[in-house]
Design a protein around this ligand. Structure first.
Ligand code: NAP
Length: 332
């Protein structure tokens, strides 16, 4: 397959190249794409060097698949141009996620909604993916009524500039570029993405809306608070979920343990619980601190952690491409 990676020099794009190589995606020609600033730069993929090209050049190269992670504006403008050129686009930005004509996909959950007619497919937000991976099987069994989510998100979720800001601050460099309004080292910033008219951030509203679209069910209520913390990589979520039906804790654990892509780390006697440091560079979603909310019937508390650059972004995108390929949904 001729594969374009748009945003190949970025945080997600770099991991995308790594994941494509690791999973042996059948790449016959790689087209790394970034802004004009990076055009001409060399990127290595499987021991071979490739030259970074601009979007203008890449669109004419008629890739079979383009994996986009170059921001919403780039996707809004360029994904339709790639699609018109016959390329199937899997997009990591928020540009198309809530567009009713586009599918929002986590392959393990709703890959079956994809058809050969889908030319622009949206990859959900990183915090959403790890959330639905853990909740989908529980929703199926006990039916969710209400979700309360608090996130603890790493700086890699913002991109290379934010990782640089944290590193600069940790190294005592005080005049470096700022990705956030405030220092992030030794801090917690309750502000992920931009504020909206209702007082929530866009990140919080993604957590409200995207799970309903992926699960194909808008009968449950969701509220969220998203917080940026000085962790280099890996997002964590404290999740309180009220179900319509009662559950048995041992059965909840058994369901999660049997869910492909989910790993239960919940052994209090040995201080075992999910943490970003343990999830680093892993494709699975880790769940622990599974316990009954004793203040409300049929309600569960849990702690969900994943590497935001892997299952939260690159891995899920590559899995969508793999699914399309396996189902014969890409142009011959
Ligand atoms: N980080 C995460 O955990 C995460 C998770 C899910 C989704 N996403 C989404 O993925 C996208 C990229 O995020 P990131 O964290 O990888 O950001 P990043 O590290 O800042 O990288 C941005 C990438 O986009 C390229 N780019 C920027 N403007 C461009 C333009 N006008 N034309 C062509 N290429 C352009 C950059 O190229 P240059 O190097 O040439 O500037 C770079 O390759 C965003 O839409 C983000 O919302 C991120």
């Amino acid at each position: 397959m001729k594969v374009a990676v748009v945003g190949a020099t970025g945080m997600v794009g770099t991991v995308m190249l790594k994941v494509l190589a690791e999973r042996n995606f059948p790449v016959t020609e790689l087209i790394p794409v970034a802004s004009a600033r990076s055009a001409g730069k060399q990127l290595e993929y499987k021991g071979k060097n490739y030259t970074v090209v601009t979007l203008e050049d890449a669109v004419k190269m008629n890739a079979d698949v383009a994996l986009f992670s170059a921001g919403g504006d780039t996707s809004l403008e360029w994904a339709p141009k790639f699609a018109a050129a016959g390329t199937t686009v899997v997009d990591n930005s928020s540009a198309w996620r809530m567009d009713p004509t586009k599918k929002l996909v986590v392959p393990e959950i709703n890959g079956d909604v994809l058809t050969a007619e889908d030319k622009i497919i949206a990859n959900p937000n990183c915090s959403t993916i790890q959330l639905v991976m853990a909740l989908a099987p529980l929703h199926k069994k006990y039916k969710m009524k209400r979700l309360i989510i608090s996130t603890y998100q790493s700086v890699s979720g913002t991109g290379v500039a934010a990782v640089r800001q944290l590193e600069n601050e940790q190294n005592g460099i005080t005049d470096g570029e700022m990705a956030y309004n405030y220092p992030i080292n030794r801090n917690a910033i309750p502000h992920c993405d931009v504020f909206m008219e209702n007082g929530y951030t866009k990140e919080e509203m993604k957590l409200v809306k995207e799970p309903k679209k992926i699960l194909g069910d808008d009968s449950f209520a969701v509220t969220a608070t998203a917080v940026r913390i000085p962790t280099a990589g890996g997002h964590s979520e404290a999740v309180n979920v009220e179900f319509a039906n009662d559950f048995d804790l041992a059965e909840v654990r058994a369901i999660l343990e049997a869910t492909p892509g989910v790993i239960v780390q919940d052994d209090l006697d040995n201080n075992i619980y999910p943490m970003p440091a343990l999830a680093h560079d892993k494709d699975e979603v880790f769940v622990g601190r599974i316990r009954r909310d004793e203040s409300l019937p049929n309600t569960l508390n849990m702690w969900i952690v994943a590497d935001n650059l892997r299952k939260g972004a690159a891995t899920n995108t590559v899995q969508i491409a793999e699914y399309l390929l396996a189902q014969g949904l890409l142009p011959a």
